[in-house]
Design a protein around this ligand. Structure first.
Ligand code: GDP
Length: 439
């Protein structure tokens, strides 16, 4: 297997389907298409062709498109063949393609990997494309599109270029330091700009929480003592039975979760084991996991049956808590002073108010929303490294200019690793394994 192989794959979804798109990329793409279709259409224009085996047997009729490299998705010669989406049709076509020399089935993400290697996309754009394909909510789609379309990369490249310019100015200052006729020091300009870069980077990093929430979902944990009505609330919100509801305390021992879509935001709702003292070993493990889930949460719904006090602090959690008084159908005369919302999972009362709470929370988090946000731990880590290096350069006034310039070089290297401008070979296998075959 070599990078020079011509690769092919079914790029459209599961079969059977109305139409199936088979994509081919590499040096043998055009000769293979010519053999299959008898003649090639003009570049980027669809033409209806009869697709035949090399023995002249008809496989199907379908559209053929060719995209000459380097102005193609992968940067290589590419072909798309659109045939009827039957399993046997697609199998026959894939089998026929396997007969051509140096033609083989693509691996996961191999088309995108070639696009990256041929400079058609950078790493952030590739990640954005993977996210776009798996996006399920409107906000996930918008965030992924921003990344795939280069919005985030433009920011990082702009910063890296600024760092390069500044280092060049410092070099010049070092080279001409002894000469009397050099105009006033460039230092003032350089460090004022680096101060601005520092605050831009640090503002940008603040958006990482929101970026991760949009991409991975807002983690909302339902917590409270046994029998408070946690599983019933989970079921009511999920509108289906996901948790076992019983009146025997300690039924929910594991952490269950459902994905909700609230106003285009992904919300991951977790039901946890009831928090109480117990000697029962499995239940204790459930409680340990529940506390860990709470500590990782973005928001906690603290439940208590009306009349009981809701828990207001959880070990390791410092975020927002919404208190819910439950089973309001059993306490018709109760006011809501002690709780943010009164709910009854039985009758549905209070659930739309709770929905509103979640919606407002998401709105508060996403004020002045630009979607050029870091959305992965990888981005956050490298941005933090870059920020720390800029801070070190700014704070090293008493050290030589060469040392301060070295910090700025490190800052640019970290930014370059985000977009893949700087060596990232070790990362590529991990990133491309997220893709489906055919992308
Ligand atoms: P968990 O242990 O906190 O998960 O509590 P469950 O959801 O399993 O509920 C415990 C008991 O309270 C069950 O018998 C439920 O039917 C009951 N329950 C839960 N929510 C309500 C409610 O809104 N109204 C009434 N009347 N009963 C409820």
């Amino acid at each position: 297997m070599t990078a020079n192989d011509t690769i092919y794959a079914l790029s459209s979804g599961g079969l059977p389907a109305g139409v199936a798109v088979i994509r081919i990329s590499g040096p043998a793409a055009f000769p293979a298409a010519l053999s299959l279709a008898g003649s090639l259409p003009a570049p980027r224009q669809a033409a209806l062709k009869t697709i035949r085996t090399r023995n002249g047997l008809m496989i199907d009729r379908g559209l053929v498109l060719i995209f000459p490299g380097p102005t193609s998705f992968t940067g290589e010669d590419c072909v798309e063949i659109h045939v009827h989406g039957g399993k046997a049709v697609v199998n026959a076509l894939l089998t026929e393609l396997s007969m051509f020399d140096a033609c083989r089935l693509a691996e996961h993400g191999e088309f995108s990997r070639r696009a990256l290697e041929n400079g058609k996309m950078d790493l952030v754009e590739v990640e954005g494309l993977a996210d776009l394909i798996s996006a399920e909510t409107e906000m996930q789609r918008r965030l992924a599109l921003e990344h795939a379309a280069g919005g985030l990369s433009d920011i990082y490249n702009g910063w890296a270029d600024r760092l390069t310019r500044v280092r060049a100015l410092i070099e010049a200052e070092l080279d001409f330091a002894d000469e009397d006729d050099v105009p006033g020091s460039v230092s003032d300009i350089v460090w004022a700009d680096m101060q601005r870069l520092h605050s831009e980077l640090s503002d940008h990093l603040k958006g990482a929480d929101l970026g991760e929430i949009i991409r991975d979902g807002l983690k909302v944990v339902i917590a409270g003592p046994p029998n408070a009505g946690k599983s019933s609330l989970m079921n009511a919100l999920a509108k289906r039975e996901v948790a076992i509801v019983t009146d025997i305390a300690g039924t929910t021992r594991d952490v269950l979760h459902v994905d909700l879509n609230i106003e285009g935001y992904a919300v991951k709702l977790y039901d946890t084991a009831g928090l109480r003292e117990t000697d029962e070993i499995i239940e204790r493990e459930g409680i340990r996991r529940a506390l860990k889930t709470v500590a990782d949460a973005d928001l906690v719904l603290s439940l208590a049956e009306i009349g009981d006090r809701p828990q207001l602090d959880f070990p390791g959690f410092s975020g927002k808590i919404v208190t819910l008084g439950t089973k309001s159908d059993l306490y018709p005369d109760q006011g809501s002073k002690e709780y943010d919302v009164l709910i009854s999972s039985e009758t549905g009362v209070g659930l739309s108010e709770l929905h509103q709470f979640l919606r407002n929370d998401l709105k508060d988090r996403s004020e002045s929303l630009s979607l050029a946000l870091p959305s992965r731990l990888r981005h956050r880590t490298l941005l933090s490294e870059s920020l720390a290096a800029v801070a070190a350069a700014l704070a090293s006034e008493d050290r030589g200019l060469d040392i301060r310039a070295e910090y700025l070089r490190q800052a640019a290297t970290s930014l370059g690793r985000i977009t893949g401008r700087v060596d990232v070979e070790d990362l590529l296998d991990v990133i491309f394994s997220e893709f489906c075959i055919g992308k």
